[in-house]
Design a protein around this ligand. Sequence first.
Ligand code: ADP
Length: 470
Amino acid sequence: MFLRKRINLRNTLAFRLTLWYAGVFTLSSCIAFLLFYMLITSWIRDRTDQELLSQVNRFSTLLVAEGFEAVKNDAVIEAQAAGIKKVFFRLLSLKGQVFSSSNISYWKDININETAIRELLQGSSHIFETITIPDHKDKVRILYAFLSPSIILQVGQAMESYSRFLDAFKGIFIITMTFLIILAAGVGWFMARRAVSGVEAITQTAQSISGGTLGKRVPVKERGDEIDQLAMTFNQMLDRIQTLVTEIKEMSDNIAHDLRSPITRIRGIAEVTLTDGKSMDEYENMAASTIEECDRLLDMINTMLMISKTESGVDKLSFERIDLANLVREACELFEPTAEDKSVTLSCDVPQKSHLVGDNRTIQRMLSNLLDNAIKYTPSGGTVSVSVSENDERNIVITVKDTGIGISPNDLPRIFDRFYRCDQSRTTLGIGLGLSLARAIARAHGGDITVTSLLNQGSIFTVTLPILKS
Ligand code: ADP
């Protein structure tokens, strides 16, 4: 159990981010320490070199002023004064033989560097070297330089301050790095947890949604960062899914309802005829009513299929250049008798010609649905006016205006939904699919349908269709 938890923790993004953060932070700190170390050691070495060079200058001056013996004595005194474990002097011939030195007992392991002598003879003004002597704590910095054309001075100095700095540096480095690594891991963990907390909230919401609560939303912290954007996108997706699920539920309810009524009617007619029907006429009536109800059912199913196919693009429309003005004129002629029967005035205001690229069959269907509705929902004495105009070079606009019962503001946003029927039109024949299909057709052409309406005053349906298919 514990192992599983540990493995899980190691797999988390927060853990990996913390490791990265701590790693990068530690590496940067090490680089900073290294640079600091190099700077200080080079400064210490320069200072030691300056001290050694100043000894050479002092002895050169002494040699000129007081002679070789004075230099010999001074070297012994100087070494003793500084501490025989700190400084030593050797006076060398050009062949590297020692002819005088300070107390050298502590430095006996230091040999004469023949390469340095050679380089001096080849013209170098001075040569430095740093050596480490076994069993000696400090490193030794040694300088070879001419005191006179025939005397070479070898002067060495223990690099005490260097060793002191190195010891102090090691201590500071270990303590500081331990502290910094712990701090980096802590800060990294805190920052990583903060960064992924939003993702966790989304995961939790997603988990609770799989448990059945579609209404839940991820809290948005209003910081405007990536996590917020992810949360907002996720919430928008949930809104959309919720709407779709509600629509699907409503649609299945409506389908069930709309299928039940005709089936119940068919069953009722059959039952009554079987119980009471004795004559051939009654059986013929039953057959006729059954056919009528079945036609209604088939019409509904076919319309639903047509909407789905048009919306999904499965039903490929055959786009061609068509005269829309002519199509509208024909539709008006077709509905003229229906309008007359209802004493509704149908006026048609279309230009001589108005061409666009579209599918003849589906546009006819769309026009029929709109005209059928306009006449159906307009009481006797009312007017339905159809017009066609090119509002710009790219679109043709068809308006179907009626002075009918109108649509309430509450219903207006929903009338294009499948099976949606406003309360005041429930007494009228219809299945609530006509406008859905009309809109699907308009959209399949790259256009759309909008509606404005006032209750009891009338409605205006406006179809915008692009002249050329985009
Ligand atoms: P229906 O078969 O019920 O006419 P539609 O999809 O064509 O189905 O229309 C959906 C609903 O929109 C109708 O039930 C009706 O309430 C309303 N509606 C559509 N057109 C009009 C109109 N011209 N005037 C008033 N209401 C309308």
